[in-house]
Ligand binder design. Structure first.
Ligand SMILES: C[S@@+](CC[C@H](N)C(=O)[O-])C[C@H]1O[C@@H](n2cnc3c(N)ncnc32)[C@H](O)[C@@H]1O
Length: 240
């Protein structure tokens, strides 16, 4: 069982408590990475970039999931006890740190119960197309102390997500819009009943996500809700 980072809460501000339990240096690292990502995004209007140019224009950018959304995802993971998590779109691995912290803490909590889940291993499968980003992400995860639970699959997720992934509790779709539905279709056969899928920007990029949104909303196996974070955050609960 991987050891669990020390539990230390941190506060965003008086009205927005931070649910994430992590050592102080991890909170500081996350604050720094989110600030870097926000600064990059302030220079680029992501939504104005034509879909055809998107891959090349932002190839070396963080484009990290916003900090408040990451904290929501972390809380959702803690609430659902997810220990096997897949991320479609890892970039420099900022959101992945939250996934790993939650998976480790959930596995540790399960080990402390008498429900017979003591051998649950935390497992986060990341996917990233850009080799340089993957190398940087691995260094960041070592700094955060979460590297040992993350398996990063480098290459096109349409190939890498064909490999074994066990039974999946949670899927984060934080990926260029045209890759979201292929990723969901590859992971879907591995989702457990009650698994949760979260997809970023489902309001602002609704047109680009038209195929994905039609797919989940037309299928009664998915119970869909949009959480009103900036640009929208889709949550799809899977009950086949
Ligand atoms: C929005 S960013 C992910 C940000 C990350 N989740 C975070 O919060 O730090 C999306 C990433 O998906 C990667 N990507 C795009 N198409 C891909 C594909 N077909 N296979 C794997 N990764 C891909 C991009 O290189 C980019 O780094």
């Amino acid at each position: 069982m991987a050891s669990v980072p020390l539990a230390q809460p941190s506060t965003n501000d008086a009205h927005h408590p931070n649910p994430v339990r992590a050592p102080a240096h991890v909170h500081a690292l996350l604050d720094r990475l989110h600030a870097l990502s926000s600064a990059q995004e302030a220079e680029l209007d992501l939504l104005s970039i034509p879909a055809s140019d998107f891959h090349t224009t932002v190839a070396d950018q963080f484009v990290a999931l916003e900090q408040d959304k990451c904290q929501f995802v972390y809380a959702l993971l803690r609430a659902t006890g997810a220990t096997t998590i897949v991320e479609a779109g890892t970039s420099y691995g900022v959101s992945t740190i939250y996934l790993a912290l939650a998976a480790m803490q959930n596995a540790a909590a399960a080990a402390g119960t008498t429900a017979g889940k003591g051998d649950t291993q935390p497992r986060v499968i990341g996917t990233e197309h850009e080799r340089e980003k993957a190398e940087r992400a691995r260094a960041i995860w070592i700094e955060a102390g979460v590297d040992r639970v993350i398996e990063l699959r480098v290459g096109d997720l349409r190939e890498t997500l064909k490999d074994e992934m066990g039974t999946v509790d949670f899927l984060l779709l934080d990926i260029w819009a045209d890759m979201a539905l292929p990723a969901l279709k590859l992971v879907r056969p591995h989702l457990r009943a009650g698994a949760t899928v979260v997809c970023d920007n489902t309001i602002a990029s609704a047109a680009r996500y038209a195929d994905l949104l039609a797919y989940v909303r037309d299928d009664p196996a998915f119970q869909c809700i949009t959480v009103p974070y900036h640009k929208g955050l889709g949550v799809f609960v899977y009950y086949p």
